[in-house]
Design a protein around this ligand. Structure first.
Ligand code: PLP
Length: 376
C-alpha cells in the first residue's frame, strides 16, 4: 500500500532526538528550531518524560472513559496551578483540531446559536468546523463550506461589533498569537474590547492557544499579556511534547452535561502521563521564564544584525520576515548548517524551538544564519 501523498517532505530521516537536537540516519546532528512544529516543548526525549511514559506503559496504557482515571484530575490540577486558570474545567481530547471542534460545539450548545466569527489569516485545524473557520479556501472542501462562518479583519474591533450586533453569533475564535499566519500578536486593547463585546452580545470567546500556549510566549497563555479571561481556551501541540493530546479549558459559566462531549482516546493513561511529565518539567526547569529570557536574547541579536525586514513575536515564537524569498536561506541552514527552522508563506522564517533553548544554541543559530545569508 502507498502512503496518501499529501506532505512535501525534506529528504531527511530523523532517528534520534535529545533536548534541542535531532540526529538523522546518517549520523548528522541538527539543531531543532522548529520543535516538530511547535510540539516539542520540554526538549526531545526528556529523561523525566521518557521515564514517566515507560513506567506508565508497564502499568496500564489504556482503558476507556467509562471508568475512574485519577490521572485526568491530577493533570487538570497541575494545569490549573501552572496556568493560573484553576477555576476552569478541563475536557481532554487528542489533537488541536479536535479541541477546537469541541470548543465550537460548546459555544453553540451554550448560546443555542450556529454562527462562528474568526479572523483573517487564521488557522484552526482541518476537521469540519475548524477548517470552515480557517482563512484558507484551498483546504475547505464543499462539505465543510456549509458552516455559518464569518471571517473579519485582524484587530478590527468595528468589524467584530458589526458581526456580533445581530446577536446570532455563538462564538468568536482567535489565536493567542497567529502561528501559521506568520506570528501576529493581537493588540492587548483589541483583546480586552473583544471580550467586552462578546459579553455584551452573549457570544462565547474562544482563545485558540494550540500553538501559542503552554509557555511558548513567555506566559502560560499568550492572551495573559492582555489580562483577559476567555470563556473557552484550546490547547494541544506542546501539551504532550509529541504524544497526541489536546484539551479544552472551559470557564465555570459553562456547565457540563453527561454525554455533551466525548472521545474514545482522550485522557488515556499514556496521554495523561505525557501531559503530567510536560508540566512537571516546565515547573522544575522554569521553562516559561526561560522562553521569555531566551526569546529576548534571540530577538535582540536578530534586531541588531539587520538581516530581516521585521522580527516579530514574543518568547520562543518568532517570525523573521525577509525582503527576499526565504526558501534558499532555510535550505542552506538545513543542509549546510544542520539547523531546522519553520516557515510561514514565502518570505517568513518561523522559529518554534523547544523551551529548553539556551544561549549557546542561539549563538550557534546566529552564526549559521550569518553563513547562510552570506552564501544565499
Ligand atoms: C493555532 C492552531 N490551531 C489549531 C491547529 C490544529 O492542530 P492539530 O494539527 O493538532 O489538529 C494548529 C496546528 O498547527 C494551530 O497552529
Amino acid at each position: 500500500m502507498e502512503l496518501f501523498d499529501v506532505y512535501s517532505l525534506f529528504d531527511i530521516t530523523p532517528v534520534k532526538g535529545q533536548d534541542c537536537y535531532v540526529w538523522d540516519d546518517k549520523g548528522n546532528k541538527y539543531l531543532d528550531l522548529y520543535g516538530g512544529h511547535a510540539v516539542i516543548s520540554i526538549g526531545h526525549s526528556h529523561p523525566h518524560y521518557v521515564d514517566r511514559l515507560s513506567t506508565q506503559l508497564k502499568q496500564i496504557g489504556f482503558y476507556s472513559n467509562s471508568v475512574q482515571n485519577p490521572m485526568q484530575q491530577e493533570l487538570a490540577d497541575k494545569l490549573g496551578e501552572l496556568s493560573g486558570m484553576d477555576n476552569y474545567q478541563l475536557f481532554l481530547c487528542n489533537s488541536g483540531a479536535e479541541a477546537n471542534e469541541n470548543a465550537l460545539k460548546l459555544a453553540s450548545f451554550y448560546t443555542g446559536r450556529k454562527k462562528i466569527v474568526a479572523f483573517e489569516n487564521g488557522f484552526h485545524g482541518r476537521t469540519s468546523g475548524a477548517v470552515a473557520i480557517t482563512d484558507n479556501p484551498k483546504i475547505i472542501a464543499p462539505f465543510n463550506a456549509d458552516h455559518e462562518a464569518g471571517i473579519v479583519a485582524w484587530n478590527d474591533i468595528e468589524a467584530v461589533e458589526k458581526a456580533l450586533s445581530k446577536k446570532d453569533v455563538a462564538g468568536v475564535i482567535i489565536e493567542g498569537i497567529q502561528g501559521i499566519g506568520g506570528i501576529h500578536i493581537p493588540d492587548a486593547a483589541f483583546l480586552v474590547e473583544l471580550q467586552r463585546l462578546c459579553n455584551k452580545y452573549g457570544t462565547i470567546l474562544i482563545l485558540d492557544e494550540i500553538q501559542s500556549g503552554y509557555g511558548r510566549s513567555g506566559e502560560f497563555f499568550a492572551f495573559q499579556y492582555a489580562n483577559i479571561q476567555p470563556d473557552v481556551i484550546t490547547v494541544a501541540k506542546g501539551m504532550g511534547n509529541g504524544f497526541p493530546i489536546g484539551g479544552v479549558l472551559v470557564s465555570p459559566k459553562i456547565k457540563a452535561e453527561k454525554g455533551m462531549l466525548g472521545t474514545t482516546f482522550g485522557g488515556n493513561y499514556l496521554a495523561c502521563a505525557a501531559g503530567l511529565a510536560v508540566l512537571e518539567v516546565m515547573k522544575d526547569e522554569k521553562l516559561i521564564k526561560n522562553a521569555k529570557k531566551q526569546g529576548e536574547y534571540l530577538s535582540d541579536k536578530l534586531a541588531k544584525a539587520h538581516w530581516f525586514k521585521e522580527v516579530r513575536g514574543v518568547g520562543l515564537m518568532l517570525a523573521l520576515e525577509s525582503a527576499q524569498k526565504i526558501a534558499p536561506t532555510r535550505k542552506e541552514l538545513l543542509l549546510k548548517n544542520y539547523i531546522f527552522t519553520g516557515v510561514s508563506g514565502t518570505y517568513t522564517m518561523r522559529l518554534l524551538p523547544p523551551m529548553t533553548l539556551n544561549k549557546s544554541h542561539i549563538d550557534h543559530f546566529i552564526s549559521g544564519l550569518e553563513a547562510s545569508i552570506d552564501s544565499g
